[in-house]
Design a protein around this ligand. Structure first.
Ligand code: NDP
Ligand code: 2IT
Length: 444
């Protein structure tokens, strides 16, 4: 058995049944095989991969809170501090009923290499809870966030671990958690990112993931002699990432045909009206089907996924494994030629392989959605320096970071003889940066 095969067997043994973590880790191990081959004995002798695949620390805790009926409820909270070779742990918090140790580990693992690709001094982490924010009152959300932070605050700080948002956690939840953090620690510093502007947040953080996705998508298309302008684009989801992906795609001259939520999707042949989506999701926190009542000519399709709508470019922006092989075949049959992943690991492994074999331009999530965490790191820097940067300046930095990520990913793929394979390029480029720091820091 070669070294990556040995490590794969070990991972299955010590993390049994963790399908998503296996999916993320096995793709990574497949991708970095050429680098490992060149250094096999050296890496094996210091257990580099075994250390890389074992989180530095996994915290799980009880989150008790009281609902509006006076009933005590209990959820489980998590923070996985995966790797601090490059800087303080950094990554979002997800509040969603599907959250468990396996999803947290896969997300924290992916985050480690994504953060490395940004070129900033941030390690990888992720956290969250199986709490379901849907249908909860404002008071219940605040009560939950305060209880969650009452335990989490012991493990975070601006030089230690800096959480941010993810599914079910936006600036409202970050605000409540930040308020409780300050109350418990008496510290007003950047222990969380994605804060509101009045609380020390950064301009462009709200837009960053979606805008960054389009900046790197444009780079990928440009290298193939194409542009986003004039293309038909299909977007899934209607949350933070999806909304600002739609906004930037339209600013770039594309037509976005869809948005969705977990109930169904909207098809708008005239182009999605992002102001209407913002009103439904950011202001009223309602379901996406209401769009069809508000915008003449659009239709709501219940219980289906957006991938059945013919398009040139597909941007998954909802959740992991939201596209399977059948969906991928439909997309290709309908003429789609490019995909950039806004959500983390949105496409199953077999569908990813199929799409790459079909020759699609394919930018994986750890490169494509790194704009959010990149601007989080800019927020950390602004907080430390007690400075604020203008929208234009942060947006220009984001643009430059995404161009750099594209260049690194394309170069790494080419260097190892797989030009155009951005999955391999992203894994190799991220791995090399983390591995270098880990080797410098000894057997820790
Ligand atoms: P939000 O909570 O703002 O939005 C999530 C969206 O996805 C909602 O519209 C939700 O609909 C939809 N969704 C969830 N599950 C499904 C499903 N099974 N099928 C269809 N739609 C679904 O989260 P974000 O926009 O912040 O995050 C989206 C993705 O992007 C996640 O994978 C996240 O990890 C990733 N990401 C986020 C970053 C950020 O800065 N926020 C940065 C990088 C990546 P519903 O309301 O029905 O649940
Ligand atoms: O998946 C992600 O990169 C995020 N949810 C953003 C993390 C962050 O720290 O801004």
């Amino acid at each position: 058995m070669n070294y990556t095969e040995e490590v794969r067997e070990l991972l299955k043994k010590i993390n049994p049944g963790e399908a998503e973590y296996h999916q993320a880790a096995f793709e990574f191990l497949d991708s970095i095989q050429p680098v490992i081959e060149a250094h096999e004995e050296e890496y094996r002798s210091v257990c580099l991969l075994e250390r890389l695949l074992e989180p530095e620390r996994s915290i799980s805790f009880r989150v008790p809170w009281v609902d509006d009926n006076g009933q005590v409820r209990v959820n489980r909270g998590y923070r996985i501090q995966f790797n601090s070779a490059l800087g303080p742990y950094k990554g979002g918090l997800r509040f969603h009923p599907t959250v468990n140790g396996n999803t947290m580990r896969f997300l924290a693992f992916e985050q480690t290499f994504k953060n490395a690709l940004t070129g900033q001094a941030i390690g990888g982490g992720k956290g969250g809870s199986n709490f379901n924010p849907k249908g909860k009152s404002e008071r219940e959300i605040m009560a939950f966030c305060q209880s969650f932070m009452t335990e989490l605050y012991k493990y975070i700080g601006p030089d230690e671990d800096v959480p941010a948002g993810d599914i079910g956690v936006g600036s409202r939840e970050i605000g409540y958690m930040f308020g409780q953090y300050k109350r418990l620690t008496n510290q007003m510093h950047g222990a969380l990112s994605g804060k509101g502007l009045a609380s020390g947040g950064s301009l462009v953080r709200t837009e960053a993931t979606g805008y960054g996705l389009l900046y790197i998508c444009e780079e990928m298309l440009k290298a193939a002699g194409k542009t986003v302008e004039g293309k038909n684009v299909v977007v899934s989801g209607s949350g933070n990432v999806a909304i600002y992906a739609v906004e930037k795609a339209e600013q770039m001259g594309a037509k976005v045909l869809t948005v969705s939520d977990s109930n169904g999707y909207i098809y708008d042949p005239n182009g999605i009206r992002v102001d209407v989506v913002k009103e439904i999701k950011e202001v009223r926190r309602a379901r996406i089907k209401e769009y069809a009542d508000m915008v003449p000519g659009s239709t709501y399709v219940d219980g289906k996924k957006v991938w059945e709508v013919p398009c040139d470019v597909a941007l998954p922006c909802a959740i992991q494994n939201e596209m399977d092989l059948e969906d991928a075949k439909t997309l290709v049959a309908n003429g789609c030629f490019a995909i950039a992943e806004g959500s983390n690991m949105p496409i199953t492994r077999e569908a990813t392989i199929y799409l790459q074999e079909q020759g699609l331009l394919f930018m994986p999530s750890k490169a494509a959605n790194a704009g959010g965490v990149a601007v989080s790191a800019l927020e950390m820097a602004q907080n430390s320096a007690r400075k604020r940067r203008s929208f234009e300046r942060v947006d220009a930095d984001l643009h430059r970071i995404m161009e750099n990520i594209y260049a690194q990913v394309a170069l790494a793929a080419e260097k190892y003889g797989h030009a155009g394979d951005f999955v391999m390029g992203a894994n190799i480029a991220g791995f090399r940066r983390v591995a270098k720091a880990m080797r410098e820091q000894g057997w820790v």
